[in-house]
Design a protein around this ligand. Structure first.
Ligand code: AKB
Length: 315
């Protein structure tokens, strides 16, 4: 019987992934954890514990007491916030991963999931259809920590047999929760402003293309990867993953098809340089071949779904 520990469960990805894991394994088999006690109210369908991932003893005790078999380690400082406090971002992102990998080895856990990001790529990476294997010289602390994390994941798999699996997520867009501190956050904020009848000021220029993904596709990809047989998971650093690519102008035009009076203006800030260092689009053919990845949503399908459902979550 699997017992799932989700670390950083109250974040943008965690709140939806924890629900999906509870649907798959049953709420009794899932322990959602987060730093904030206030997150407890969100998890009435599974167990909840306050946990600081940097407290290795606390994590070890919980794993042993609850006989945890799998960990989803989602806690991280994202790209924009990371630039404001680079040393803390490195400390949290790296030390937490190393301690989870070490505990997985020591306590012989079945599987570990750890998210990587398109932030592993940098200005010298091919921008269009970025290949799985290519030059990576990230220039954000978040990207550097994800790149180093990928190397550690592969290392623990190769040297110790830890079954760790990972995806390089594009910008994730959902309506059930808010993102926190990323460069792709504008693509969530824009829907909130549009539905509130307000003008949107975008912190990226109108023609900045970035790889993006609708949350249901991200959840599907994560579960598909984690449910794949061990031998099908041939890449143990992290898989390229693609959903869609668009610019601020294109998402604006997609929303305008439903809300013709919606207005946008552009005021690029420090996040423009981060976005400019990332790919426009991603080649995810290895994920397609190895474990059958295929996204369901394009930009217009995502827009229609978000505009229909977001008001129920943020009335
Ligand atoms: C960010 O913008 O930092 C994240 C990411 C692409 O990993 N959404």
């Amino acid at each position: 019987m699997e017992k799932i520990l989700v670390i950083g469960a109250a974040g943008q990805l965690g709140s939806e992934l924890t629900r999906a894991l509870s649907d798959q394994f049953g709420g009794d088999q899932v322990i959602a954890t987060d730093l904030r006690d206030s997150a407890k109210a969100e998890f009435d369908y599974c167990r909840f514990e306050v946990l600081d991932v940097l407290n290795k003893e606390g994590v070890r005790d919980l794993i042993k007491e609850e006989k945890v078999t799998q960990i989803y380690h989602l806690a991280a400082v994202l790209s924009a916030t990371g630039e404001k406090n680079p040393h803390f971002a490195w400390h949290l992102n790296m030390d937490s991963l190393l301690s989870v990998l070490e505990l997985a080895k020591e306590l012989k856990l079945d599987k570990i999931y750890w998210p990587s990001s398109i932030a592993v790529f940098g200005p010298n990476t091919p921008k269009v259809n970025t290949p799985q294997f290519c030059v990576k010289e990230p220039n954000t602390v978040y990207g550097i920590s994800k790149q180093a994390g990928e190397r550690w994941c592969e290392y623990y798999f190769e040297k110790y047999g830890v079954d760790v699996r990972s995806l390089r997520y594009p910008g994730l867009i959902g309506y059930k929760s808010l993102p926190g501190g990323g460069t792709t956050d504008y693509a969530v904020d824009i829907y909130h402003k549009a539905l509130a009848g307000e003008k949107f000021e975008c912190f990226l220029s109108e023609d900045t293309y970035l790889p993006m993904m609708y949350m249901p596709d991200a959840i599907k990809a994560t579960l598909d990867l984690m449910n794949a047989p061990r031998e099908s998971v041939k890449i143990r650093s992290s898989y390229n993953l693609s959903g869609m690519s668009f610019s601020p102008k294109e998402i604006y035009e997609s929303i305008k098809k439903h809300l013709p009076d919606f207005e946008i203006s552009y005021k690029p800030d420090f996040r423009q340089a981060i976005a400019d260092s990332w790919p426009d689009s991603i080649d995810d053919s290895r994920a397609q071949v190895d474990w059958g990845w295929k996204p369901d949503y394009d930009l217009d399908a995502m827009t229609a779904d978000i505009l229909k459902n977001l008001p129920d979550y943020f009335p």
